[in-house]
Design a protein around this ligand. Structure first.
Ligand SMILES: [Zn+2]
Length: 214
């Protein structure tokens, strides 16, 4: 995909008016919810978050070329099973989208072309199993972040659905309560973006939303 951005494609309005012999009536049908940052119910500017905190806004990575790194030493190092979960999700769920995903074994933490997502294992906000936060919101488009961190708790918590969920936040996907139309946080259309996190992995609606952003 290089760094060429596709245009932002609006999702068709789901109400259809029909004129019949009996007069006007409207038909509405279920529509896959739009849970991208920038939807009608979530136009929150990307700003830097706080380390390990779920309190910051959801941002989206700054282009379709998604590089990632897994902490390999120190306090937030991923253990072998954690690394396998991240590697599997990136290769089998996110790379097949219009994102071009690659591992960056020589990560960059400053400048204008930082490694996009840094995975860690460690403590996050009390009551949560994972957090994604922006570390460099400098790109000018209001929803974009140059570098984000994903941190997930250890001790058996680090698994594929949680990696899928937190990575979804890093590419600009939201919970149901922030979607348009607002939907349940457990709506199956949300794939792995449900809360509590389900065993589903990404899902077609989420793939479509990603591909409309990148
Ligand atoms: Zn979440």
């Amino acid at each position: 995909m290089g760094s060429i951005r596709k245009s932002w494609i609006p999702i068709a309005v789901a109400v259809w008016a029909v004129s019949g012999a009996g007069g006007w009536w409207t038909a509405a049908w279920a529509v896959n919810t739009d849970n991208r940052v920038g939807n009608l119910n979530y136009q929150v500017e990307c700003v830097n978050g706080v380390e390990g905190s779920v309190q910051g806004p959801v941002c989206r990575t700054d282009n379709a070329t998604l590089s990632y790194y897994m902490d390999s030493s120190g306090e937030f190092e991923l253990e072998s099973p954690d690394r396998e979960h991240v590697t599997w999700i990136m290769a089998n769920r996110y790379d097949p989208t219009d994102l071009s995903v690659s591992y960056d074994s020589s990560p960059t933490f400053s400048g204008s072309a930082e490694t996009d997502v840094i995975y860690q294992e460690g403590i996050v906000t009390s009551g949560y199993i994972g957090a994604t936060w922006c570390n460099d919101s400098s790109p000018s488009p209001i929803y974009e972040c140059d570098q984000q961190y994903v941190r997930i708790r250890g001790n058996g918590v680090y698994d594929r659905p949680v990696v899928c969920h937190e990575t979804g936040h890093a590419v600009g996907l939201l919970h149901g309560q922030n979607s348009s139309p607002v939907t349940s946080n457990s709506d199956p259309d949300l794939g792995c973006m449900t809360t509590p996190v389900s065993t589903s992995l990404l899902g077609q609606n989420q793939i479509n939303r990603i591909n409309s952003m990148y």
